[in-house]
Design a protein around this ligand. Structure first.
Ligand code: DAT
Ligand code: MG
Length: 153
């Protein structure tokens, strides 16, 4: 099954939204396969946001993401990357529809609660930046047939 990297940004941690956001992914039927809390340093921020180096918002982005602890996770499920992105809503929380995480909890692009991988390539890169192979857990959940149907994986 597809895996995606999701991270609760420092604003989510400070605003007591960890449980709320994790609860949404759980209820959707995605499976949590890795989780850790950490504070990102400059070096890791540069690597994680490498595609944005040189953009006008890059310095603010790095200073925000290193400003406090984050919660890094890997979620697994059918089309997990696209599903998580849809649940997050668009980058600018003012544009994100109500019902999405950013649409419900954010008001400013810089502080938009959650990060999610945008493609299989970024998911692979981001997962390996934050987690070792050993930290990603493979296990069955008994609700899986109720989520995907009996005949499918
Ligand atoms: P996303 O997080 O939706 O994948 P992105 O990868 O384009 O968006 O940008 C990474 C983060 O950078 C984004 O979550 C918030 C910040 N950001 C993006 N565009 C911005 C802008 N125009 N002004 C300020 N911050 C911005
Ligand atoms: Mg992005």
């Amino acid at each position: 099954m597809e895996k995606t990297f999701v991270m609760l940004k420092p604003d989510a941690v400070q605003r007591n939204l960890i449980g709320e956001v994790i609860g949404r992914f759980e209820k959707k039927g995605l499976k949590l396969v890795a989780l850790k809390m950490l504070t990102i340093d400059q070096e890791m921020a540069n690597q994680h946001y490498n595609e944005h180096v040189g953009k006008p918002f890059f310095d603010d982005l790095v200073s925000f993401i290193t400003s406090g602890p984050v919660v890094a996770m890997v979620w697994e499920g059918r089309q997990a990357i696209q599903v998580a992105r849809k649940m997050m809503g668009s980058t600018d929380p003012q544009e994100a529809p109500t019902g999405t995480i950013r649409g419900d909890y954010g008001l400013f692009t810089g502080n938009n609660i959650v990060h999610g991988s945008d493609s299989p390539e970024s998911a692979a890169r981001e997962i390996s930046l934050f987690f070792s192979q050993k930290e990603i857990i493979s296990y069955k959940k008994c609700a899986e047939p109720w989520i995907y149907g009996e005949k499918t994986e």
